[in-house]
Ligand binder design. Structure first.
Ligand code: AQP
Length: 330
């Protein structure tokens, strides 16, 4: 069965972008494929974290994944730092990654900004760790949002470089799986920036933990443009296109159909409909998340069990990679 790997950082609340771009698709795939879903805490520490908050966020994201529909009986859910093979394989792969490849990565450029010299090595090497995450399990399919496409292309290059160096066909070349009506959910305050956990304004994103009133208020306040009726035109009218795409993804309908049904409708009416749909879809997730968070022992059990199952796959692949490279040991 095809193996699937994907991850989410425990850097704060899960938001609608994480849900529609990635997690909703993970849920749909869990019974069809052999899936590993990882809370990538080693990625989170590429920017400074407060230890207690990192722990809480790791539990919260685990609860969020299960509340959204992931079932630990159908897939493996674990946090990355419990399986040391991620860090070890990342080191091995660092030795096959030319700096020129990393210099092209737009996420690093955006996150490091103008302070490139004081940016951390971990942030720069982030895509190599991401490659290790995937290759450690020989996963060939990686369901992600649009923003991760460039990193996935790099993963393919690194896997190919390793295989060529030893004339082996050991690592599969991972394929991104980017699907659904909202592969890039944009900020509610600016239709040209992606919705993100680190946005300074909470009104820019919808959190999976938002209650019904907050959801309605955020959608009501979402930025619009001055044209009279809705139309799907991402280039010219990004805010309208974003709201239509969110509606389509929540309703599980093609965006073209949603756009056709609502063309010409005023923003206020449409926002009312969108708020109703968002409350109907997301409120049960928030409620389930609260229940799960009230039982930290269960969350711990899921993560421990998931790590054990992940270890079993990882250890065998890592041992083989070491052998191919001529590193002594088992
Ligand atoms: N806006 C988005 N639209 C669609 N998909 C998105 N994803 C993230 N933002 C959007 C997808 O969610 C998965 C997990 O993302 P992540 O938390 O590991 O990383 P991120 O992309 O760094 O998320 P943020 O919110 O932007 O975090 P910060 O602000 O901390 O950098 C991935 O599959 C991603 O594609």
């Amino acid at each position: 069965m095809k193996r699937v790997f994907s991850g989410v950082q425990p850097t704060g609340n899960l938001h609608l972008g994480n849900y529609l771009g990635a997690i909703k698709n993970w849920v749909a795939m869990q019974r069809e494929y052999d899936c590993l879903y990882c809370i990538v805490d080693l990625h989170a520490i590429t920017v400074p974290q407060v230890p207690g908050e990192l722990t809480d966020n790791t539990r919260e994201v685990t609860a969020g994944l299960m509340a959204a529909g992931l079932d630990p009986a159908s897939c493996i859910i674990f946090n990355q730092s419990r399986v040391s093979g991620h860090a070890e394989l990342a080191w091995l792969l660092n030795c096959f990654t030319p700096l020129g490849w990393l210099n092209r990565m737009t996420q690093f450029k955006e996150k490091a900004g103008k302070r490139r010299d004081s940016a951390l090595l971990g942030l720069y090497a982030y895509p190599v760790l991401m490659t290790a995450d995937i290759l450690l399990y020989h996963a060939s399919a990686v369901p992600v949002g649009e923003d991760q496409k460039q990193h996935l292309e790099l993963s393919r290059d690194i896997a190919g470089a390793f295989n060529r160096a030893y004339d082996v066909d050991f690592f599969p070349l991972p394929e991104p799986m980017i699907f659904g009506a909202a592969t890039r959910v944009m900020s509610l305050r600016d239709g040209r920036r992606k919705m993100s956990k680190s946005d300074g304004s909470d009104y820019a994103r919808i959190n999976l933990t938002d209650d019904a009133d907050t959801l309605a208020l955020k959608i009501k306040r979402a930025k619009t443009d001055s044209e009279p009726g809705l139309a799907f035109d991402p280039e010219r009218r990004p805010e309208a296109a974003n709201l239509l795409s969110i509606y389509a993804a929540l309703a599980d309908e093609p965006v073209e159909r949603v756009a056709a049904e609502h063309t010409g409708m005023g923003f206020a009416d449409f926002k009312g409909r969108l708020a109703d749909l968002a409350i109907e879809t997301l409120s049960p997730i928030a409620a389930r998340m609260r229940e799960l968070l009230a039982d930290p022992a269960y969350i711990e059990e899921v993560l421990t069990d998931g790590a054990e199952r992940a270890h079993a796959i990882a250890d065998a692949n890592l041992a083989r990679a070491r052998q191919i490279m001529g590193l002594l040991g088992d």
